[in-house]
Design a protein around this ligand. Structure first.
Ligand SMILES: Cc1cc2nc3c(=O)[nH]c(=O)nc-3n(C[C@H](O)[C@H](O)[C@H](O)COP(=O)(O)OP(=O)(O)OC[C@H]3O[C@@H](n4cnc5c(N)ncnc54)[C@H](O)[C@@H]3O)c2cc1C
Ligand code: SF4
Length: 508
């Protein structure tokens, strides 16, 4: 059962054994696990339910429906930058690129050492990763779905002597229509909209959409539910209030909204870590225009990644998007944009992902707004400049005519001789046009309540009944695309929570 704003009374009340707030990677996975083990689950989701048949390549229509703030959400800091988050049933998995990378072994080992819980160690997590990957059909691609832009990246890497790795993506028969960030038009991408959510609903879960959770219900020190506001998606006006009472509340609103929700209460603060340790894997885009047709839009985004520099914290990848998204990201105006976009067919959009060397913080602003603050460091800037130089060199070597850069003071290069202009003496942190789709770590999990917010069962240390299952629980950044790690952790947490709820039911 999926309800929307038209289905509620001005003041509606619901009961469930577990209420899960959010239906993205963490929420849908834990909700499906709970529901399939027999728990009565009710989801509360701020966004709407948009089926595959509603997806299209039109930016102006799709972004307000599927992206938080229509894609204009910002992180404040030395270089204010955009972040991307889904706001719909399926959350960010509906708009993501479908890469499925596990947290590297050394990251899991460091978490194991920090948390001191064997069930979070690399060996114990193996089966959860396998299960998540199976649930969302993580696999390599058939060549038919691969466009010319990805082939240029692979060839360019080979020519430069760099290690290029093909990505596993979560899909069933992806045809390479390159619309992933505006919703998969064929239903091939196994976002939680078409994987975990149908399973949860099929097992009896209910889903209240167009409801923004605003407060936890806390009674005698225990979390017993949530209260939310119904929002009409067309007018964005509140049309009612929802109260859900449950034995357990799972917050899965993502690494910005989950701490935002918790921060208004006097809980989860003993360690002083709530909202801190926020990490972002910042990205920049490097757009090459070639003198011949590439047809990048006819193939999937991110067939592979250049992993040559991964140990140094740098990943290079192709990252083509729908034409509206590419045009919106150009650092030009009017005719100058048209002059570049005429060559959309000849473009290879590539990008640089740099591993965090800093952490940020989520604050609660006025009017129910979350305020993320994060700054890259001078060392990160050097990484970005180096990686951009490498990409430019590769594109010119492969025959590109011009490369459009992610710097406010240096927009474009037209020959390899100009690469030396990409230099720390000319480009400052505030000149970088950063972007991030990977938000993590603001409600970190740990084995000691003095330095973490949730315990190894994902329960807030000082708020029994309140659990967190999303990217916010990561103890550190993971340096790779996070969705599978979030899902694997959610499945583990779901099995544990189901055992508690079912034991309580039997005892009642
Ligand atoms: C453009 C883009 C590309 C990406 N590409 C990849 C990729 O290729 N591979 C990869 O591994 N990862 C990728 N990611 C990242 C990945 O999708 C996210 O890390 C992951 O989905 C986060 O899971 P989550 O459960 O933390 O939050 P989300 O998936 O963001 O889900 C949070 C949900 O909570 C809801 N919500 C928030 N606040 C409230 C509230 N107060 N009340 C009710 N509901 C609320 C939101 O509407 C949303 O549905 C990408 C992300 C984006 C945006
Ligand atoms: S490339 Fe097209 S078919 Fe493949 S997952 Fe993305 S939107 Fe779906």
């Amino acid at each position: 059962m999926i309800l929307n704003h038209r289905d509620y009374r001005a003041d509606s009340h619901f009961d469930a054994e577990v209420v899960v707030v959010g239906t993205g990677a963490g929420g849908a996975a834990i909700g499906a696990m709970l529901a399939e083990l027999g728990v009565d689950v009710l989801f509360v989701e701020e966004g709407g339910h948009h089926p595959t048949s509603s997806f299209n390549p039109y930016l102006a229509e799709s972004m307000p429906r599927l992206w938080r703030d229509a894609g204009t959400s910002v992180i404040l800091g030395r270089s204010t930058f955009l972040y991307a988050e889904g706001r719909c049933v399926g959350g960010s998995t509906v708009i993501n690129g479908a890469m499925t990378y596990r947290a590297p072994e050394e990251v899991l080992q460091s978490w194991h050492a920090q948390v001191r819980d064997d069930s979070l160690g690399p060996a114990a997590m193996e089966s959860w990763f396998e299960r998540a990957e199976q649930d969302i059909s993580a696999k390599l691609h058939r060549d038919i779905a691969v466009g010319g832009d990805n082939r240029i990246m692979a060839l360019g890497a080979e020519r430069a002597g760099w290690h290029h790795e093909k990505n596993r993506r979560n899909h069933i028969d992806c045809v390479g229509s390159n619309n992933c960030i505006l919703g998969c038009v064929t239903g091939a991408k196994q976002s939680t909209l078409v994987s975990y959510m149908p399973r949860a609903l099929g097992a009896g879960a209910r889903c209240l959409t167009e409801v923004r959770a605003r407060r936890l219900l806390i009674e005698r020190g225990r979390c017993v539910g949530v209260e939310g506001r119904v929002v009409d998606p067309r007018t964005l006006k509140p049309t009612g209030r929802i109260r859900v009472r449950a034995q357990a509340v799972v917050l899965a609103c993502g690494a910005v909204q989950t701490p935002h929700l918790l921060l208004q209460h006097r809980v989860a603060r003993r360690s002083g870590q709530l909202g801190r340790n926020f990490v972002t894997h910042p990205n920049v885009k490097v757009l090459a225009i070639y003198p011949h047709e590439i047809g990048g839009w006819r193939g999937l985004s991110q067939w592979g990644q250049v992993r040559q520099f991964h140990e140094e914290g740098i990943i290079l990848a192709e990252n083509m998007g729908p034409s509206g998204a590419v045009a919106a990201a150009l650092p030009f105006h009017g005719r100058a944009i048209w002059q570049r976009m005429k060559h959309y067919n000849n473009m290879v959009l590539s990008g640089v992902l740099v591993e965090d060397s800093n952490t940020g913080r989520i604050y609660r602003g006025p009017f129910d707004t979350a305020v993320p603050v994060y700054s890259i460091t001078q060392a990160d800037l050097r990484q970005f400049l180096r990686a951009t130089r490498l990409l430019c060199g590769m594109h010119f070597d492969m025959g590109a005519e011009r490369v459009i850069l992610p710097f406010t003071r240096l927009h474009e290069l037209t020959s390899a001789d100009q690469i030396a202009l990409i230099d720390e003496s000319r480009i400052k942190i505030s000149d970088l046009e950063l972007f991030t789709p990977h938000l993590m770590g603001s409600v970190r999990l740990g084995g000691d309540e003095r330095d973490s917010v949730v315990n190894p069962d994902h329960e807030v240390w000082d708020l029994p009944g309140c659990y967190v299952s999303d990217a916010s629980v990561f103890p550190t950044a993971i340096g790779v695309n996070p969705q599978v790690t979030i899902m694997a952790m959610a499945l583990r947490a779901g099995e544990r929570l189901a055992a508690r709820v079912l034991a309580r039911r039997r005892a009642a």
